[in-house]
Ligand binder design. Sequence first.
Ligand code: AVI
Length: 348
Amino acid sequence: MNPMASVRGAGAMPGQTPRLRLVGAGAHSHRRQPGLDDFAPASDDFGSQVVRGLRQTRKQLPCKFFYDQRGSQLFDRICELDEYYLTRAELGILGASATEMAAALGPDCLLVEYGSGSSLKTGLLLERLQRPAAYVPLDISREHLLAAAGRVAARYPRLHVLPVCADYTRPFSLPACQGAARTVVYFPGSTVGNFEPHEARGFLRATAQQVGPTGGLLIGVDLKKDPALLHAAYNDAAGVTAAFNLNLLDRINRELDGNFNLRQFAHYAFYNPRLGRIEMHLVSIVAQTARAVGESFSFHDGETVFTESSYKYTLEEFASLAAASGWSVEQVWTDDRRMFSVQYLTVN
Ligand code: AVI
């Protein structure tokens, strides 16, 4: 999975010869085979964002940079951890309620999956949709997107699969699809929790614009719960989340000529109940200086680099966030323990 639509380097499926066509913003096409509409920025400017983040008084790095090839593999392992309940809970909800979800979305819908990655969760839904007009997997990683689109097209030969390579937090246009009754964005995984609340509002508003007045949003939202369970989910015993967090420094070393000593930084994640979020940091455990992109950055003993927020919502909090961003919550599905929710929103 590629939740933050960042760059990952998974290779194309063996034997697959994807057709690649670059189109500029505003132009788009409707293809009946897996081709590609490509709006991916030429570069995500990793170097300048690292320099900007590490120059701040409170150092921080954007969490979207977690997902290089190694980071994406580590994230896939996180999703399988006993402590990381999110993926299992969401899959359980989909397994139990995909038929109801498909009914809520209605017939002839154009389903657009943001951050589709390997499109793993989508099959459950696609199989139950009534006459889907098309499926649009949307991801920033071209190779991974094309491989996944090819797999979906092979599995569902009657389905139009129209992959779009884009960062869903930046402008792009969807392929035209005649006969679609409505456009529904599918945004699983509670990636919305990785946005700051003002960013989540901006994202929800932009998504409402994207789908238009008849559109919908099917979204996974992690719920507030016992902080001990949250703490365990982000501090797994096997240390996979720690490796995922530290990989960001390793990526800086690999890609930006850095010399961060990974043994001198520690993973630190905790639930901040006042802000309702998990915070992930990398703590410098000694006073040190590291170099990257030709610049040096000093850290005092105990200084942290803030790497990720993962907001947790109550159903009421998320409903008011949605209402403030042009959406109404139509239906909510949760697991028995109310750990996680999948919600169907329509445009106000
Ligand atoms: C992608 N996102 C929803 C994950 C989360 O739980 O916030 C990313 C993650 N960070 C640490 N573990 C998983």
